[in-house]
Design a protein around this ligand. Structure first.
Ligand code: PLP
Length: 455
């Protein structure tokens, strides 16, 4: 195990239950203590430097150690460290942030509701949609449709929308009525010889069939990450979203775009909705909204939804939903400064340009014996490792080689994410060309060493 007796490592193993971690393996190997960060790098407590190629958990847009965010938080803490937004109270940063988000977001979206995490935001989405449909007299219209491999969070409701077995197994999920349709990953789920276009047609037909099977009067909303992240970085076929939207509109099924990872420049456009031409009724934002320096999420809703909710709140006497920290002034102040930095440093444009470099460099690894597919858009990419390039056969057991690559990458000064055997890249939006070359070089070295070990 890493660390001496009574070290932070040893005390971590003694006292902490870690999220999304194999607890017994953790007891065996212990944690790496991340001590500080600067730009695209983090340092452990032994002074080792790593390129943070996942920006933490897909989130540190402006990089680590950004003093402007520290100062924004400090200023706000000194002035008003906390206040709530229940029962007709407000504070300046949360209002300015809501206004700014409405002006930035796709046209249809006119109001912002604040939560602390993506999971809470998606729980809020489910409750708002139910409340809205009850208000419309559509009391049966409650079911959600999500996709296999989707990630929408881990609370009882958002975890029900998530389509990954590890987040549901033995948690008795799903807990809310949800159907999962096929995720739009051509490499894995297309029929032999099926074009991207035909694949997208088939998935739209599948969605329609599921809506009809359930009864359109019972289906409330379709939720999707425009480009799926935690399920393995899965960009859909180009025409997929147009086709899905048409089906949703035909049956009065609301469209929820979960941009918790995609939002604020990740694909080289401010929102992935802009990239794919999605016109959502609801947009969910988090992570890069504050570069995760502070916990914050926003649910953006259309005027129709707002009016339905507002009328119902008048009828009942209140919209009885919200958190102690909804609209907390400190995360809101940090978000405003973070958005200033994104704009001033042209980080969306940087993501587009550097994204081209990263995608091109990673695609050069497509010939590597371990690599089945390299995919992604802008500064998000996935490299899928396979046992057989021809047949696309996975390694057995799935996840073993991913874990090996993940561990070896650390030794090479690189933090990546292994999603099963898909290696994910999602570096801070401030990354430059030289750093991308360094990141990909370290990854190639890691792949070569892993391949060597397999021989
Ligand atoms: N939605 C998406 C698309 C996510 O990627 C995540 C987290 O990775 C969530 C929701 C949940 O966010 P949180 O971990 O803040 O609850």
């Amino acid at each position: 195990m890493r660390g001496l007796p009574n070290s932070i490592q040893a005390r971590d193993v003694e006292y902490v239950l870690h999220p999304v971690t194999n607890a017994r393996k953790h007891e065996e190997i212990g944690p790496i203590v991340i001590d500080r960060g600067e730009g695209i790098y983090v340092y452990d407590d032994q002074g080792n430097r790593y390129i943070e190629a996942l920006a933490g958990l897909w989130s540190v847009a402006v990089g680590f150690g950004e003093k402007r965010l520290v100062e924004a938080a400090t200023r706000q803490m000194a002035k008003l460290p906390y206040y709530h937004t229940f029962s007709h109270k407000t504070n300046e940063p949360s209002v300015l942030l809501a206004e700014r988000l409405v002006k930035m977001a796709p046209d249809r979206l006119k109001r912002a509701f604040f939560a602390n995490s993506g999971s809470e935001a998606n729980d809020s989405v489910i409750k708002m949609v139910w409340y809205y449909n009850n208000a419309r007299g559509l009391r049966q219209k409650k079911k959600f449709i999500a996709r296999t491999n989707a990630y929408h969070g881990i609370t009882l409701a958002s975890g029900s929308l998530t389509g990954l077995p590890a987040n549901q197994r033995d948690f008795d999920l799903p807990f809310v009525p949800v159907r999962h349709v096929t995720c739009p990953h051509h490499y894995r789920f297309a029929e032999p010889g099926e074009s991207e276009e035909a694949f997208a047609d088939r998935l739209a037909a599948e969605l329609e069939a599921v809506i009809l099977e359930e009864g359109p009067e019972t289906v409330a909303a379709f939720i999707g990450e425009p480009l799926m992240g935690a399920g393995g970085v899965l960009p859909p076929p180009a025409t997929y979203w147009n086709k899905i939207q048409a089906v949703c509109r035909k049956y009065d099924v609301l469209i929820v775009a979960d941009e918790v990872i995609n939002g604020f420049g990740r694909l080289g456009t401010m929102f992935a909705c802009d990239y794919y031409g999605i016109d959502p009724d609801i947009l969910v934002l988090s992570k890069q909204i504050t570069s995760s320096y502070q916990p914050l999420a926003a649910v953006m809703i259309s005027q129709e939804l707002y009016d339905g909710i507002a009328d119902n709140s008048a009828k009942i006497g209140t919209f009885g939903h919200g958190f102690t920290t909804s609209g907390h002034p400190v995360p809101a102040a940090v978000a405003l400064e973070n958005l200033d930095i994104i704009e001033e440093k042209n980080l969306v444009e940087n993501a587009r340009r550097m994204g081209e470099v990263m995608q091109a460099e990673l695609r050069k690894l497509a010939d590597h014996p371990l690599v089945g597919e390299v995919r992604g858009i802008g500064l998000i990419a996935g490299v899928e490792l396979v046992a057989d390039k021809e047949t696309k056969a996975k390694f057995d057991p799935v996840g073993k080689i991913g874990a090996q690559v993940f561990a070896r990458a650390h030794e090479n000064g690189l933090i990546i994410r292994a999603i099963g055997d898909v290696i994910a890249f999602c570096p801070p939006l401030i990354i430059n060309e030289e750093q991308i070359h360094d990141m990909v070089r370290r990854f190639k070295l890691t792949l070569d060493e892993t391949a060597q070990e397999l021989l």
